[in-house]
Ligand binder design. Structure first.
Ligand SMILES: *Cc1c(COP(=O)(O)O)cnc(C)c1O
Length: 349
């Protein structure tokens, strides 16, 4: 039986987590003289003088209904960056344990590993930007703790094959993190519905993309209650601000708006693809299951810099492995996309 406590860093097994007086009293009415807060209120119009709920109970209850999971399968963090960091801190002994990533992929896994002084083994994606499953399985060692799979993948835009992710989940004795930051734009169902089938699965999602809440910083990790319990134990106690919790609870009553925005972005995606493919300087527009395209362009770096002069800012990925001449383009509004195409046309001449 898989038990994440077997993977936990030894010193954390004895960890006594931070506790506050509110652990002993759950009510909202009372005279609160336990946390050195300001009893008079705040300097802002709204009052934020009380510490927020450390376990975000109300928000998780609502989110659990929407996502069809149990609240104890949800961890919420200050952006996805926080659960990414906490997974390293929980399971990877610096200078000893290892993780595997599949470049070209999201940069934060490597940065977070470097910050935590954890060795990263890289298995390049195939030319089709799919998992190189044979190579991946062959480099797993006893001290390999985490495998990071980003799908739909950033910066390539495609979903990697579901069957291959399943093979990794079944074969690997450590934790498989599937980062679904762009799942709302993809056709496949999320892996969050399969948490019971795979006790070693962590699914990352975020409110930064489809939900349009990048500035609020809300990342979600879905996993077994045991893994969620470990992350809760080592997180900063008040990692999600009261403003974020309150705003998002309100936003969850407005899910149709997210669906409408996603539909519009998907429609714009198709138009933009057609327009990009008409341009002579565009060599290839890769299939996207996300809200951006990886595009191969002649003289990518020069084009990127010239567009900046026109205040059109793309993401230069031309120096990234397997992305030579690659530029990542986020799907904008129709007007923004039109302006982009106009500027690219000028550069084609
Ligand atoms: C944008 C993105 C995220 C989101 O990060 P936040 O910290 O939640 O804003 C996570 N993973 C990938 C692959 C992304 O591209």
């Amino acid at each position: 039986m898989f038990d994440p406590n077997d993977l936990l860093r030894p010193h954390l097994k004895q960890l006594v987590p931070y506790s506050s007086a509110r652990d002993d009293y759950k009510g909202s009415e009372g005279i609160f003289l336990d946390a050195n807060e300001n009893p008079l209120g705040s300097i802002t119009e709204d009052n934020w003088n009380r510490y927020p709920d450390p376990y975000q109970y109300a928000l998780k209850t609502r989110l659990a209904e929407i996502k069809a999971v149990s609240p104890d399968q949800i961890f919420l963090g200050n952006g996805s960056d926080e659960p990414i960091d906490l997974l390293f801190r929980a399971f990877c002994e610096p200078q000893k344990d290892k993780v595997i990533i599949n470049p070209p992929t999201y940069g934060m896994y490597k940065v977070s590993a470097d910050i935590n002084n954890v060795q990263v083994k890289e298995v390049l994606l195939t030319n089709q930007y799919d998992l190189d499953i044979q190579e991946l399985l062959s480099i797993i060692e006893p001290d390999t703790k985490l495998i990071w799979i980003c799908s739909p993948n950033n910066p390539t835009g495609n979903d990697v094959s579901l069957e291959k992710i399943e093979i990794v989940l079944k074969a690997f004795k450590g934790i498989v993190v599937v980062d679904e930051a762009y799942i709302d734009f993809a056709k496949r169902p999320s892996f969050i519905h399969r948490l019971r089938e795979f006790p070693n699965l962590v699914v990352l999602q975020t409110m930064s993309k489809a939900w349009g809440l990048a500035s609020l910083r809300l990342g979600m990790a879905f996993a077994s209650p045991e893994i969620v319990g470990i992350l809760n134990k080592i997180k900063p106690p008040y990692n999600l601000s009261g403003l974020t919790q309150k705003t998002v609870i309100g936003a969850l009553n407005n899910l149709e708006k997210k669906d409408q925005m996603v539909a519009q972005i998907l429609a714009n995606r198709e138009i933009l693809k057609t327009e990009l493919e008409k341009l002579p300087i565009v060599k290839r527009v890769y299939r996207s299951d996300a809200n951006f395209f990886l595009v191969k362009i002649n003289e990518a770096r020069e084009v990127y810099l010239k567009l900046i002069d026109q205040q059109v800012i793309l993401r230069d990925r031309s120096k990234v492995v397997l992305c030579e001449e690659g530029i990542r383009i986020t799907i904008g509004t129709q007007e923004e996309n039109k302006k982009l195409i106009e500027e690219l046309k000028k550069l084609s001449n």
